[in-house]
Design a protein around this ligand. Structure first.
Ligand code: ACO
Length: 427
């Protein structure tokens, strides 16, 4: 017999079906709960709520496992490429050689922006934060590519997915160039996704960008590590925006706005600032004491879901070593501080008890800085990578027959019904 959960409320016992996934915790189906009990459930921050059914990404935070379509993130980061991971997230399977050639061609040949789109950037103040530009510019894509905004047409959904994955690096690089006061660099179809992006960011008319396989591979791997992460805040925002039938470009702009918040993606910048503030290895014990005295938190440590080593942090640490060695910064004092801080924290009772482990942001700030990016670009790079996750989750939502407009209810604690008081009678 199918398992049920029982809730007794107001003297009535309600049977709720228990749903089983392929792995992970069971889910109590409360869809009929309100109709049968006249009560709501309360879960701000959704810490106990599964908002949807999904086949894309699985996280086991206690075991430190992250799987995309079943494949472990470590294996994808080591053996795959970002574009192959994009295909996997969108289609559910790794591509055959010919399917991948077609996909790569589709993405590569959609990297250019409409010529009038470039004028759009000129409207921003010259010192605009690149994320402010991203939020506005990506939302504006729906005005330029209105021909692929019919969410009911599967072909148009796929075209808009390809367009977004392809154009996001071009928009991000333009946001960076505008912020730097340098001329825009157009994409080139003979370069790989990561190469193209690095070149659009770092090439200037006076000097072309020099290809470097180690740095290109690092960029590609950083994109893989950030490609998707289940129902996080920005992904839930994209699904929520899309649940009303809004077009995909507008939904991704909503995701970018959510991502910008410091609680979501700002931690790598803060982790870098923290390492700079500590400065040298001998100052670590004093800093760790400050964390234990609760004067501040150890940035890049701890995670809402991972209560074990974030599997992305393992890859990021390795990538960090490779990049620093390549740019001749193996002796970077910040890397020494990071390694020693990690060693001390992982053997300290305070951190062990609270299951605080390094997360992906602990090493990403040092790595991105070594690649040449200023902190203002860190969240932008995250947005470029996460676009495929957002769009895959958006597609899955649209294609789910159980999908409904996101419309939560509330626990109302405001004033109850009272009559309007004319202004001259208010005390
Ligand atoms: N340093 C020191 N103590 C910490 C840290 C930290 N980084 N994180 C949590 N704790 C402690 C808390 O003080 C608390 O201790 P207590 O039980 O004695 O009061 C306990 O661990 C639990 O903390 P919560 O805030 O309840 O944990 P939550 O799961 O809500 O927080 C979060 C997760 C926000 C990521 C937190 O660990 C944090 O602030 N980390 C630093 C910021 C950071 O690195 N964020 C990046 C996340 S990864 C990403 O977004 C890609």
């Amino acid at each position: 017999m199918a398992e049920t959960a029982k809730i007794t409320i107001g003297g009535k016992t309600i049977d709720l079906p228990v749903l089983k996934g392929t792995t992970g915790p069971d889910v109590v189906d409360i869809r009929k709960f309100y109709a049968e009990s006249d009560a709501f459930t309360y879960d701000p921050g959704f810490t106990s709520t599964a908002s949807c059914e999904s086949k894309i990404t699985f996280i086991d935070g206690d075991a430190g496992i992250l799987l995309h379509r079943g494949y472990p993130i470590g294996e994808l980061a080591e053996q795959s490429s970002f574009l192959e991971v994009c295909y996997l997230l969108l289609h559910g399977e790794l591509p055959t050689a010919s399917a991948f050639t077609d996909f790569e061609h589709n993405i590569t040949y959609h990297t250019m922006l409409h010529e009038q789109f470039d004028r759009f950037f000129q409207g921003f103040r010259r010192d605009a934060h690149p994320m402010a530009i991203m939020t506005g510019a990506v939302g504006a894509l729906s005005a330029f590519y209105h021909d692929s905004t019919n969410v009911d047409d599967p072909e148009q959904r796929m075209i808009s997915a390809h367009r977004m994955i392809a154009k996001m690096p071009t928009i991000a690089a333009r946001a960076f160039k505008y912020f730097r006061g340098q001329p825009f660099v157009h994409p080139r179809n003979d370069l790989s996704y990561a190469e193209n992006f690095l070149r659009m960011c770092f090439s200037v008319p006076a000097e072309d960008w020099k290809p470097n396989p180690v740095l290109t591979r690092a960029m590609d791997r950083i994109f893989i590590l950030h490609a998707d992460h289940e129902q996080n805040a920005s992904t839930s925002t994209v699904r929520s925006a899309g649940s009303s039938g809004a077009n995909p470009f507008a939904c991704i702009a909503a995701g970018i706005a959510c991502l910008w918040g410091p609680a979501h993606s700002g931690a790598n910048e803060e982790a870098l600032n923290m390492l700079m503030e500590i400065g040298t290895v001998d100052r670590i014990p004093e800093y760790v004491q400050g964390v234990k005295d609760r004067r501040y938190r150890l940035m890049g440590f701890g995670h809402r879901v991972y209560k074990n080593y974030d599997p992305r942090a393992t890859v990021m640490q390795k990538t960090c070593h490779e990049v620093l060695a390549e740019v001749g910064d193996s002796d970077d004092p910040l890397l020494k501080v990071a390694l020693e801080l990690e060693r001390i924290a992982l053997s300290d009772e305070y951190f062990i008890e609270r299951k605080l482990y390094p997360n992906v942001d602990f090493y990403s700030g040092i790595t991105l800085r070594a690649l040449g990016f200023p902190p203002e670009m860190f969240t932008v790079l995250f947005a470029v990578a996460r676009t495929v996750g957002w769009i895959a989750q958006w597609k899955e939502m649209i294609e789910d027959p159980a999908q409904k407009i996101s419309r939560p209810r509330q626990l109302y604690t405001g004033a109850t019904h009272r009559p309007y008081v004319a202004v001259e009678k208010r005390g």
